[in-house]
Every structure is written in structure tokens, then in C-alpha cells.
Design a protein around this ligand. Structure first.
Ligand SMILES: C[S@@+](CC[C@H](N)C(=O)[O-])C[C@H]1O[C@@H](n2cnc3c(N)ncnc32)[C@H](O)[C@@H]1O
Length: 344
């Protein structure tokens, strides 16, 4: 091998080794923090680093960016990936099929409708909820998940602590011609009557709460007997610390700084204990599924990288060029999906 070829190869090798060593050092110097002694006890918000106030404006951009199509996980309206998507719209692709599938398979009301469809000899591949299905979205934010549930046929109410998020959710629903009731309220003291809902949905919210037992008891209270809670949250593991908090949030700014305090993440065992304390029957372990982000299509990666490199605004994260639709997986060390039933 001639010297002129060997030198660039050696330089590339040396650079790769240096970056690998640098990355390893960075990870070693930033280990996960010490977890709370008991995640399920009532925690003092002052002892956490989470900033739930930023949700007042967080959903605002999506109201302008999205046109109401294609943000539904491909369940109700299949359409092309949009250039502009709120990160939570991309998560819809992973979570919404699980939620609708679980409700249709587990809810007594849906079983009745399915039976009717079968009796009539009808066949449908679309997931549709019966018109009498009442769903409550706890911590609904800007309504990105609630809207899809409404399009799937349910009567939806959304509750969120953030008045700004609720105002945004109302504007979005109006712009899309959706009839969804949105209310400002606390998950720990839901402003809705008991035994009212066939399904409760709590997506990407449990890991923001300081009293998980109290919140799940409230969700149990508002479910009808036989009603189904569907949820997704984040597991407290090394994977979620390094990938989600240290790299995606704190280093690359894909998620707003202060959006997550890793110590508030919830292991599946803790979730199961808390569900039990709330009087709910947790789903079998085999029904707990993971969720992970997928990659955007190559031409969108190229277009977004070009825009990122040339844009003077520079507000979006570099990761946003790559992260596309989320999908279900068996890997539960990051985000995971689960459900629980209120006994009859
Ligand atoms: C990551 S966002 C998820 C929004 C929405 N569920 C979604 O996935 O599109 C978390 C939401 O939880 C809300 N939240 C935090 N603490 C809450 C509480 N105690 N009661 C109700 N909502 C709360 C925040 O305001 C925020 O809108």
C-alpha cells in the first residue's frame, strides 16, 4: 500500500478513535443521578428539576405548522409524512395504534360493537371506536393524541394543568372541525365525575407527576367499571438517562431543557405497584410494549440537514433532521406502553 493512501486512512482511524474516546469520557463523566428513595411517595416539586410551566407555549408552534392531516399515526387518515411535525405527532405513530387496539380488544363497549359488526358479516380493517365510547385524555397538552381518538369516533374530553396548552388544544380542535371538550385541571384532582369514561388515556404525562399513586387513583375513579386505562411513559434506566435526557434533551436540545427529570421516570414494576394500589388490574407483562423513534426518509434527512445548516434561525435541534415516526418495539428500556383495567 502506498504512503499516499495509508496516510488518510490512518488519519481517519485516529479521528474515529479520538471521537470514540471523547464520547466514552463524556458518558463516564455524566452518570445518571441518584434516584428518589421511593418514586411512588408524594414528591416535593422543589426537589425536582422538571419545569412543567414551559408547556404553556410548547404546543403553540404545532397549531400553526400542522394542517390537521397525517398527524394521526396513520390509523384514521393515512397520508404522507409532513415536512413540519411536532415531535409528539411523530410519537402518535407508535402510541395511537396500541391505544386503539387495546381499547377495541379490551373494552366491554367495543366488544359489543365488534360482535355487532361480526353478526352483520361486516369486515373492517380500520380501528373505529363506537360513537358512545367516552374517552378522557389526562395531561392532554395541545391535544395531539386526543384529536386522533376523536377522529376514531370517541367522545373525547382532555384535561391539562397548563392553561396555555388547553387554549392551544381548543384552537387546534376548532381549526380541524373536531368536537373535543378541553378543561384546565390537575391529574391529581380531575374535574370530572366518577365512573364516566370507557377509556382513559395518559400519554407521556405520568413521568411529569409528583404523586403517581394519587393520579392513578383519580384515573381509576373516573373510569366506568370494566373501563380501560391506556398509557405510555418512560422507564428509568441507563438507556433513558443517556439517550433521552443527557444526549437528546440536555446536549442536543431535541427536547426543551427541563422537560424531564430522569428521577421521575417510572419502571414497569413501580407502575404495576401503583396501578394495583389504585385498584386497577395491570395488563399482563406480555402486553407491555416498547416504543422507539424511527429515522426520517433519506430525502427528508437531506432536506432538513440542508435547512438546518443554512437556516439563520437555528432554533431546531440537529436531531430533528433525523428523528421520524415512532414505532412499537419489544425493547422497553426507553418509552413503553401499557394498559390496565378497572375491575367490573
Ligand atoms: C409531554 S406533555 C404530553 C402531552 C400530551 N399527552 C401528548 O402526548 O401529546 C405532558 C403534559 O402533562 C401536563 N401535566 C403535567 N403535570 C400535570 C398535572 N398535574 N395535571 C395535568 N396535566 C399535567 C403538562 O402540562 C403537559 O401538557
Amino acid at each position: 500500500m502506498s504512503d499516499s493512501i495509508a496516510k488518510p486512512q490512518a488519519a481517519i482511524l485516529a479521528l474515529s478513535a479520538l471521537s470514540l474516546a471523547g464520547s466514552m469520557l463524556f458518558l463516564l463523566r455524566n452518570p445518571p443521578p441518584t434516584p428518589f428513595a421511593d418514586r411512588l411517595s408524594k414528591l416535593d416539586p422543589k426537589e425536582t428539576s422538571i419545569d412543567n410551566d414551559f408547556y404553556d407555549d410548547y404546543f403553540e408552534s404545532s397549531a400553526e405548522e400542522s394542517n390537521g392531516d397525517g398527524d394521526d399515526g396513520g390509523v384514521v387518515d393515512a397520508s404522507a409524512e409532513k415536512e413540519e411535525e411536532h415531535p409528539l405527532q411523530l410519537v402518535n405513530y407508535g402510541r395511537i395504534p396500541y391505544f386503539l387496539r387495546t381499547w377495541t380488544a379490551q373494552s366491554p363497549l367495543c366488544a359489543q360493537v365488534k360482535a355487532d359488526v361480526e353478526t352483520m358479516g361486516g369486515a373492517t380493517t380500520r380501528t373505529v371506536l363506537p360513537a358512545s365510547f367516552k374517552a378522557l385524555d389526562v395531561g392532554c397538552g395541545g391535544g395531539i393524541a386526543a384529536e386522533v381518538v376523536a377522529r376514531a369516533g370517541a367522545q373525547v374530553t382532555g384535561v391539562d394543568l397548563s392553561a396555555g396548552a388547553i387554549a392551544c388544544a381548543k384552537r387546534r380542535a376548532k381549526a380541524r372541525g373536531l368536537s373535543i371538550e378541553y378543561v384546565v385541571g390537575d391529574a391529581l384532582d380531575l374535574p370530572v365525575p366518577s365512573e364516566t369514561y370507557d377509556g382513559v388515556l395518559c400519554s407521556d404525562t405520568l413521568e411529569h407527576l409528583f404523586d403517581l399513586d394519587a393520579a392513578l387513583k383519580e384515573m381509576a375513579r373516573v373510569l366506568k367499571p370494566g373501563g380501560i386505562l391506556v398509557l405510555d411513559t418512560i422507564n428509568r434506566t441507563r438507556v433513558s438517562w443517556y439517550a433521552l435526557v443527557l444526549i437528546a434533551q440536555d446536549t442536543l436540545g431535541y427536547l426543551p431543557h427541563g422537560a424531564h427529570d430522569w428521577r421521575l421516570f417510572i419502571t414497569p414494576d413501580e407502575l404495576s405497584t401503583s396501578l394495583q394500589r389504585a385498584g386497577l388490574e395491570a395488563c399482563p407483562e406480555s402486553a407491555v410494549r416498547g416504543m422507539r423513534p424511527g429515522m426520517r426518509a433519506p430525502h427528508i434527512i437531506l432536506a432538513r440537514t440542508w435547512h438546518y445548516a443554512t437556516s439563520k434561525q437555528g432554533s431546531a435541534s440537529f436531531l430533528d433532521c433525523f428523528i421520524g415516526r415512532w414505532t412499537e418495539t419489544t425493547f422497553t428500556a426507553g418509552s413503553y406502553l401499557a394498559w390496565a383495567r378497572k375491575p367490573l
